[in-house]
Design a protein around this ligand. Structure first.
Ligand SMILES: NC(=O)C1=CN([C@@H]2O[C@H](COP(=O)(O)OP(=O)(O)OC[C@H]3O[C@@H](n4cnc5c(N)ncnc54)[C@H](OP(=O)(O)O)[C@@H]3O)[C@@H](O)[C@H]2O)C=CC1
Ligand SMILES: CC(C)=CCC[C@@H](C)[C@H]1CC[C@H]2C3=C(CC[C@]12C)[C@@]1(C)CCC(=O)[C@@H](C)[C@@H]1CC3
Length: 345
């Protein structure tokens, strides 16, 4: 039976590389590219079909940062498919990133230098904004929209006699100290990206606790440092061009500089081949590249605890109720307004 695989943020970078690798792995796959920009999604689909002429590649419009879009997309998924084998939660943003150059130079001469290159700890801040649902944009895109998607798709993801998998593209930039359970949206901080990725690590743990018995298994990966639209947005492109030879040099000393989307998708691809029962719910699976150029996946323990992940899970369920209510009120208002306009015409 063909496997149904949905990938969010599939039109570029790591998501697109994963699609390419999955089609090479399994020609029977039905792949669904869930993207907010349909023009780019079409281009990605055409690129995939060029190499895999007989592949089944569907498109789904999904702006994971918009509650309405997630609900509409989930309805569409339920209408199209009777099960989901893999849901790759890969879409992510890092808006308005700022690099602390001083901290970078200081870090270069410290014992922490390898860790700095692997995690960007202490180097990166971002400026976040509120979206039209009144949520912090990074939280809404990297975490909450995906959570809502899982909730909506539970009838397909939690079926007796069938195993489904969700896989989060997290990051080694995820840090406990950037996350505050009292401010899970990170309204008051300057590291919303790190906070949202740490939250996804905890949510994955909570999902395994609550849903394994219903056949749903969640995993977390870090792709390493990959040159994509996201990283190109951190520094001006001329700078990246200048330092690129240095990056390839650094790669000899650190296995986390995967650099290409293909390498970055290693752990996502590796998880596709594993039995869920063999995986560790407390591990983050890292895409790595050895000095000799071999790709491999390595599990590393996550800094997460059951108690806080449970609190987060409950808070997300509460927020879900609030946003659903707000949305139905907004839709009712719009409907009433439309009716009024029709009557006065
Ligand atoms: N590059 C790296 O070094 C690392 C990346 N990651 C993570 O990997 C994931 C993929 O990023 P990467 O490939 O690097 O970067 P890209 O910017 O190339 O890919 C991000 C993808 O997410 C999509 N996306 C963003 N916002 C939304 C939205 N609201 N709704 C739907 N899709 C959306 C983008 O679509 P669009 O084209 O419309 O913008 C794009 O397809 C992210 O979660 C990122 O945090 C983690 C660690 C390191
Ligand atoms: C290599 C030189 C000379 C300069 C680049 C310095 C930084 C811009 C660079 C060092 C570590 C990088 C890094 C990321 C972005 C670019 C750096 C800060 C990430 C934060 C990108 C997104 C992620 O999720 C992380 C896993 C990356 C960690 C390392």
């Amino acid at each position: 039976m063909e496997k149904i695989v949905i990938v969010t943020g599939a039109n570029s970078g790591i998501g697109l590389a994963l699609c390419e690798r999955l089609l090479t792995e399994d020609s029977q796959l039905r792949l669904c590219l869930a993207c907010r920009n349909m023009q780019r999604a079409e281009a990605a689909r055409s690129a995939l079909l060029t190499c895999h002429t007989n592949a089944s590649v569907d498109l789904l419009h999904l702006d994971v940062g918009s509650v309405q879009s997630v609900l509409t997309a989930a309805q569409e998924v339920k209408a199209r498919y009777s099960k989901i084998d893999f849901l790759y939660l890969n879409a992510g943003i890092m808006p308005n990133p700022q690099v602390d150059i001083r901290a970078f130079i200081k870090g270069l001469f410290s014992r922490n230098v390898i860790n700095m290159f692997a995690t960007a700890e202490g180097l990166l801040t971002q400026q976040d904004t509120l979206n039209s649902d009144g949520l912090q944009e990074v939280f809404a895109t990297n975490l909450f929209g995906h959570f809502l998607m899982i909730r909506e798709l539970e009838p397909l993801l939690c079926q007796t006699g069938h195993t489904s998998r969700v896989v989060w593209t997290s990051s080694s930039n995820a840090r406990r100290s950037a996350f505050n359970i009292e401010d899970m949206q990170h309204r008051n901080g300057t590291e919303p990206y790190s906070s949202s990725k740490y939250a996804s690590d905890m949510l994955s743990l909570a999902l395994n606790r609550h849903k394994n018995s219903q056949g749903l298994f969640s995993s977390v990966i870090c792709p390493g440092l990959v040159m994509t639209n996201l990283t190109y947005g951190i520094l001006p492109s001329f700078f990246w061009n200048i330092i690129m030879p240095i990056m390839w040099l650094i790669r000899i000393f650190t296995n986390t500089f995967t650099l290409t989307p293909y390498n970055g998708a290693e752990a996502l691809h590796w998880l596709f081949l594993q039995k869920p029962e063999s995986l560790d719910a407390r591990a983050k699976y890292h895409s790595l590249k050895s000095g000799l150029g071999t790709n491999y996946t390595q599990p590393r323990p996550m800094d997460v605890d059951d108690e806080m992940s449970e609190v987060l899970y409950k808070k997300l369920l509460k927020l879900e109720i609030v946003v659903r209510r707000q949305l139905s009120e907004k839709n009712a208002d719009n409907q009433a307004h439309q009716q009024y306009l029709n009557e006065t015409k």
